[in-house]
Every structure is written in structure tokens, then in C-alpha cells.
Design a protein around this ligand. Structure first.
Ligand code: FES
Ligand SMILES: [Fe+2]
Length: 387
């Protein structure tokens, strides 16, 4: 599909003007938020070559636990197999291509509803009715298409690439900035999914900037966020920024008495602050001294995205007898802040849909948005190729 809101020449020019220094850079071309004709370019550029965050690996604790997802236009199945490995398969039947699983749940096998071709949890075709006359048909040749999966720091990642880049090179010095939280020991306690009428990038951008806090959250969470540290200068495919916070960042002012213990191992400033990290392209989390809330946003259309929200706590907190009593107040705070953001990102989308939208600039308090913009522009430019 051709772009509708912008010529390819203007798009290329606007992308090439995005700079690594957010203080001098214009933003991502608005057409990238509004033009369905650019979705395919975006998929190829930002979703098909590198690593994509699937979420926390413990979302699928037991053999057979699965989720059907759609990532950058690819329907896939994430499932834990019998030996306990997390697997990802194309959610496309090898018979005549039907989507096989929907939603989330637990299954003993992966059974296509159409003609009942049935695969085991390693994607091998095991049942295939009435194929006895298909000459030369070998079930071993018709296993599900499998994608590479890696798990680091409790996060699972998938790659659609034939030869995926090294996940450790992708994350590079991530460990230096996140080691203190001992993320492998955190547990997922709640997952919610919903759709939002905005571009997937818009959804993640607002989560990663302090600029809007006094305007959008004046009476709820603004008080918790003094000016953060400068954004960290990282080499990996992510952006991260630490800031001290008042009290427990994931609790409202009037529920601070429900604060859970500080994560084991955290000391000094890290024990009273929050690290906001965005692993490109589309998983971002706030890692506080006692809790972590994660957002994944997936494009459905230029102006609509699917969001997965995950909340985690250190295992030591989850083990407390009255954990749920505390956690409820964390969920309330996280959901209320989100509810305050949503009307603004939907209104932003209305403005971005205009063919008269122009690239903007970044303020002091949105460095991670600027860093993502540069990464994104480089991916699209590489895909577009030389002039
Ligand atoms: S399309 Fe799946 S069994 Fe026919
Ligand atoms: Fe917000």
C-alpha cells in the first residue's frame, strides 16, 4: 500500500531529519502515526528483524499454558512445552492455513478447529485425519513454523528473523542498569488486555515521559515525581531513565500505608525511586522499589493498538499472607493513572490523523521519547534503502 498522507520523498526526508540528540531533533513524521499505508513498512522495519518483548515468562508457568498473540501482523502462539521451555509458533495451520488457537488458556495439544490437524506442544504434527491418499505426504514436514524465543531477566522475547541477532547484543548493558532489582525473582500477579484508539507508539510514549504529569495527573500521581535523572546513555536497543519518587510510586497518596517491602537487594537511591525502561520496539516498564508495571502495545491499525498490562512484585512480597490486600491498592493506582492518560492519547490521535500534522520537537522532560524516535527513524530509513 502507498502512503496516503505523505509522499515517500517527504517521509524519507522527515525521517532523516530525526537526530540522536533529542534537544535538536524533530519528532517522528506524523504520517507514521496515522497512515495505514505505512503499516507494512513499519512492520518490516521495526518488528520482523530484531527481538520483540512477549511479556514476563512466568505468564505461562505450566506445560500447555498458551496465549494467541498478534505481533506486527503475525499471528502467533506462545506456549510452554512439556520440558518447560517457552515456544513460539506461527498461529497458522499447516493444512490450509487456519488460525489455530485464540485467546489464552491451557492445552494438552494444539488442535486446529477446521479439520482437526493436531500438533504437540513442540509444534510437531501428530494427528491428520483422512490423509492416507496424499502421496508423499510426511507429517514430519508439516510441523508448525517456529520462531526463536529467548528469556532474559524474566522477560521473554521472540524473533521472526531467519537468523536472529544475539539477544545479549540487543540488550547490551541492560544488566548494568537493572541488576540491582534481581528481576528473575519477580512474579506476575495480574495481566489485563485491552484496545486503545491511538497508535501503538503514542501509547508507549506517554508512559515514558514526565512532561505531561502536572497537566494530566495533577491531583493523582504528579506529587510523586520530582525531576528525574538524565536519561542514561545506553548502547542497547532500549532507553532507560531513573528518577527518585515520593513514597511508593505505585500507590496513591492516601494508600501509602499499604506499601509492600522494598525489593531484596535494593539500596540507596534505588530503594526510593523508579526506573522507566522501554525495550524497542514495544515493551516498556516502570520498575519501582516494590513493584513493576509493564505495558506492551501492538499495532492493530495506524490509529488503534492492542495493549497488554502486567503487574509484578518481588517473590518475597507475593509470599506474604496479606499480599492481596496490599496489591489491590497498587492495581487501583496503576489503573487510575492509565484512565487519566487514555483520553489524552486518543485526542492526540485525532490531531495526528490530519494531513496537516507536522513533526514536533521534544521538551526537557521527554528524552526517552526522543531516543525512541531516533531508533524508529533509523529502522524505517534502513528498510526504505538508499535514495
Ligand atoms: S486448516 Fe487446519 S486442519 Fe484444515
Ligand atoms: Fe500518564
Amino acid at each position: 500500500m502507498q502512503p496516503e498522507l505523505v509522499s515517500t520523498e517527504l517521509l524519507q526526508q522527515q525521517l532523516s531529519e530525526v537526530q540522536p540528540d533529542f534537544n535538536v531533533s524533530p519528532g517522528i513524521p506524523p504520517a507514521c502515526y496515522a497512515d495505514n499505508g505505512l503499516l507494512d513498512l513499519e512492520r518490516r522495519a521495526a518488528f520482523l528483524d530484531g527481538w520483540i518483548g512477549l511479556g514476563r515468562a512466568d505468564r505461562w508457568p505450566s506445560a500447555g499454558d498458551y496465549a494467541a498473540m498478534e505481533i506486527g501482523g503475525v499471528p502467533l502462539i506462545v506456549v510452554r512445552n512439556k520440558p518447560g521451555e517457552l515456544k513460539a509458533f506461527a498461529n497458522t495451520c499447516r493444512h490450509r492455513g487456519s488460525q489455530i488457537l485464540t485467546g489464552t488458556g491451557n492445552c494438552k495439544k494444539i488442535k486446529c478447529p477446521f479439520h482437526w490437524w493436531t500438533y504437540d506442544l513442540d509444534g510437531r504434527l501428530k494427528v491428520y485425519p483422512r490423509m492416507e491418499n496424499a502421496i508423499g505426504f510426511e507429517a514430519d514436514d508439516y510441523g508448525l513454523v517456529e520462531f526463536a524465543v529467548e528469556t532474559r531477566y524474566g522477560f521473554a522475547f521472540v524473533s521472526f528473523a531467519d537468523e536472529p541477532p544475539s539477544i545479549d547484543a540487543w540488550l547490551d548493558e541492560f544488566d548494568d542498569y537493572h541488576r540491582a532489582w534481581r528481576l528473575d525473582d519477580w512474579q506476575t500477579t495480574r495481566v489485563r488486555e485491552f484496545d486503545v484508539d491511538c497508535n501503538w507508539k503514542t501509547f508507549l510514549e506517554v508512559f515514558n515521559e514526565y512532561y505531561h504529569l502536572p497537566m494530566v495527573h495533577p491531583d493523582s500521581i504528579n506529587w510523586q515525581y520530582p525531576e528525574p535523572d538524565a536519561v542514561d546513555d545506553v548502547r542497547g536497543q532500549y532507553t532507560t531513565q531513573f528518577g527518585e519518587t515520593e513514597g511508593a510510586a505505585a500507590l496513591m497518596q492516601d494508600t501509602q500505608q499499604y506499601a509492600l517491602p522494598i525489593a531484596p537487594g535494593l539500596e540507596g537511591r534505588l530503594a526510593k525511586g523508579t526506573r522507566y525502561t522501554w525495550i524497542y520496539p514495544n515493551i516498556s516498564f516502570a520498575l519501582s522499589q516494590d513493584s513493576m508495571w509493564i505495558y506492551q502495545a501492538f499495532p492493530l491499525a495506524a490509529d488503534r493498538c492492542h495493549v497488554i498490562q502486567t503487574v509484578c512484585f518481588p517473590a518475597a512480597s507475593v509470599a506474604l499472607d496479606d499480599f492481596e490486600k496490599h496489591a489491590r491498592h497498587y492495581y487501583d493506582r496503576i489503573d487510575s493513572a492509565l484512565d487519566e492518560d487514555l483520553p489524552f492519547v486518543e485526542q492526540q490521535q485525532v490531531g495526528l490523523n490530519s494531513r496537516f500534522a507536522r513533526p514536533g520537537r521534544f521538551g526537557t522532560l521527554e528524552p526517552s521519547v526522543g531516543k525512541f524516535a531516533y531508533w524508529y527513524a533509523q529502522q524505517l530509513l534502513r528498510e526504505l534503502g538508499p535514495d
